[in-house]
Write a new protein. Structure first.
Ligand SMILES: C[S@@+](CC[C@H](N)C(=O)[O-])C[C@H]1O[C@@H](n2cnc3c(N)ncnc32)[C@H](O)[C@@H]1O
Length: 455
């Protein structure tokens, strides 16, 4: 095995400008994050800390830095490990290292080192104090790791892209089920290193002036939103902090934020004016609102969720969007839904959507911490919950009606395998289609939808 050369140490250019993030702010924020309650996702944590006078409010770039740190925290540990070794590690050794690695190991990493590696990987121009001793020491190690990470799908290549090598077998399974080529799988994995664009959806109900795409695009540009036209869709760049929520079009309900894969799920459901639809895990209403807007306020959507606070947000969004055909209440997923009278009269809903709680592995681009949040035990609990929700909600579909099961996960065990188990245990259903949507084909999240018909 070749010896790692540590000299001569190259001089790395030091950042110049004064408006860059300082590593002390990054480190302070990181130490606060480590104290978070268990299972709190990064976006919720950031919202909670984005208070008046906080560093986050004063420097929104800190939030983006936190996302980058989530993407590359295992890479940072790997680079520290490499720093301590006398020789470069083989692919098999990196796989072995990954088997033992836990997300909590990052807590033993000096926060300054973590930020140093993140800065190197993302080529951020952050401000380091004069004489910061770690800055140049580690540059050579970084270059060696990067140069050794060129072979697609090798353990080091995966680490370089912020993906645990141990995900590879599940990803290969996805590749097999979706008939992805190696090039598509590689493309999907490289997409995970970049934040997804913020996809926008136009709500025709609130768009009473019938503004066309060009006009909406121009108005957003005028409001300083970095927006792009991609086919019939619009998307913005820069994450949720870019101020879409402050634009006149958003406040008037004309545009909504909804990932493209999620919009494609609604397209698969084809909601029709006059239909009776149950959105069983409606959350804050991403899909409920899109369906209601296509139904032109005719028919009814019952939107339920375990969490009342999410439904409260759904109601606010529905009001903004002038959507009048939605009723919402809590359903905890423990019993079959007691059907409202008009639904019981027609023996159930025309369509039921279960947008199931899942590992969110399809949203790693937007929620990079989701790649560390789940362990095997959590996965098994989720899989049991998904099957229960599917089983219970299916009973509210009328004969001839349709059941849609969706997740924002690419894992076969949460998707095709759930459908196979459901069909095995329940008679009288026909699978019409099941497919993955979004990435790698589109620059978006990765989601699954299955459409079943009750015979
Ligand atoms: C994938 S999210 C839904 C996203 C939403 N449909 C959208 O398009 O924005 C899954 C939802 O399932 C809800 N959930 C979790 N456990 C549940 C349960 N036991 N019964 C009902 N809903 C549950 C969660 O609160 C969460 O809002």
């Amino acid at each position: 095995m070749p010896k790692t050369s540590r000299s001569p140490r190259p001089r790395t250019r030091r950042p110049q400008a004064d408006d860059r993030l300082h590593y002390r702010e990054l480190t302070g924020l990181w130490l606060q994050w480590l104290q978070r309650p268990e299972y709190m996702p990064l976006d919720r944590w950031l919202r909670k800390h984005n208070t008046k006078g906080s560093a986050l409010r004063q420097q929104p770039a800190l939030a983006q830095a936190m996302f980058q740190a989530q993407r590359y925290l295992q890479l940072a540990c790997a680079l520290e490990h490499q720093q301590r070794q006398d020789s470069e590690l083989s692919d098999a050794q990196w796989q072995q290292w990954d088997q033992q690695w836990q997300p909590s190991h990052v807590e033993q990493l000096d926060a300054a080192h973590l930020w140093h590696w993140v800065q190197q990987r993302c080529q951020e121009n952050w401000r380091w104090p004069d004489g910061f001793r770690h800055y140049e020491q580690r540059a050579e190690i970084f270059r060696q790791f990067r140069d050794a990470s060129q072979r697609p799908l090798s353990a080091q290549w995966l680490l370089w892209h912020g993906i645990r090598p141990s995900w590879l077998s599940a990803l290969r399974q996805r590749q097999e089920y979706s008939h992805w080529s190696d090039a598509q799988l590689t493309h999907w994995l490289t997409q995970q290193s970049e934040a997804a664009p913020l996809w926008l959806r136009v709500n025709p109900i609130a768009n009473s002036a019938q503004l066309d795409q060009q006009t909406i695009y121009n108005e957003l540009l005028q409001e300083k939103i970095s927006v792009q036209r991609r086919g019939e869709h619009l998307c913005a760049h820069g994450g949720r902090g870019i101020g879409i929520g402050m634009t006149n079009l958003y406040k008037a309900g004309v545009i909504e934020i909804q990932d493209l894969a999620s919009q494609h799920i609604v397209a698969a459901i084809k909601p029709q004016a006059g239909e009776k639809i149950w959105d069983a895990c409606a959350g804050a209403g991403g899909k409920t609102l899109a369906m209601a807007s296509q139904m032109n306020n005719k028919g009814a959507i019952i939107a339920t969720d375990l969490h009342d606070y999410k439904l409260a947000e759904l109601k606010r969004r529905a009001k903004r969007g002038q959507l009048l055909n939605i009723r919402s209440f809590v359903w905890e997923g423990n019993d079959v839904l007691k059907l409202p009278k008009e639904i019981a009269r027609q023996q159930g809903f025309d369509k039921v959507l279960i947008d199931a709680p899942c590992s969110s592995s399809g949203t790693w681009r937007r929620n990079p911490d989701a790649r560390w949040r789940f362990n095997e035990h959590d996965s098994q609990e989720l899989i049991a919950l998904q099957q229960r929700l599917l089983h219970l909600a299916s009973q509210s579909v009328r004969p001839g009606g349709e059941l849609f099961y969706a997740t924002c996960s690419w894992q076969v065990e949460e998707n095709e395998q759930q459908i196979a188990q459901f069909l095995q245990q329940n008679e009288g259903w026909q699978l019409l289609q099941q497919t993955m949507l979004g990435a790698p084909e589109h620059d978006a999240d990765t989601m699954f939808v299955a459409q079943l018909k009750r015979l």
